[in-house]
Design a protein around this ligand. Structure first.
Ligand code: FES
Length: 135
């Protein structure tokens, strides 16, 4: 199935009351966690849960402000549009776009925005989170 960028718009209409939910834990934000619909994007879940999540382009995979590194858990594979962005801008194998990445289950992430989008700071936060997860 090919998705258009607009399919991932995070306006909350794709989240409904009794659907299967997953937990998104933001490890570099004092482990704050929120529930989001499985199959929905991380950004849509954050917006519905009224959790802070930076985004600029309206979920069009154009700006990268919603980016995160996935420490643990599983997401659907990147779609064509997200993969194009990752190939161009992603700097780590765990790099995903919150506005495009769709949940399969619980995940733990490092939100790049919380590290000021500084690559070295994001990578350090990711390594710290991975170390904590081991112990
Ligand atoms: S919100 Fe712009 S790329 Fe995700």
């Amino acid at each position: 199935m090919t998705r258009r960028a607009g399919d991932a718009l995070p306006y909350g209409t794709e989240q409904r009351g009794n659907e299967s939910m997953a937990t998104v834990k933001v490890l570099n934000r004092d482990n704050v966690a929120f529930e989001a619909r499985k199959g929905g994007t991380v950004l849509a879940g954050a917006r519905v849960a009224k959790e802070e999540w930076r985004w600029y382009c309206g979920g069009q995979a154009l700006c990268g402000t919603c980016c995160m590194l996935v420490v643990e858990g599983e997401l659907e594979k990147p779609g064509e549009i997200e993969q194009y962005f990752i190939d161009g801008w992603g700097y780590h194998p765990a790099y995903r776009l919150g506005c495009q990445a769709r949940l399969k289950g619980d995940i733990s992430v490092v939100a790049c925005a919380d590290e000021g989008f500084e690559k070295e700071a994001v990578l350090k936060a990711y390594e710290t989170a991975c170390e904590r997860n081991k112990s």
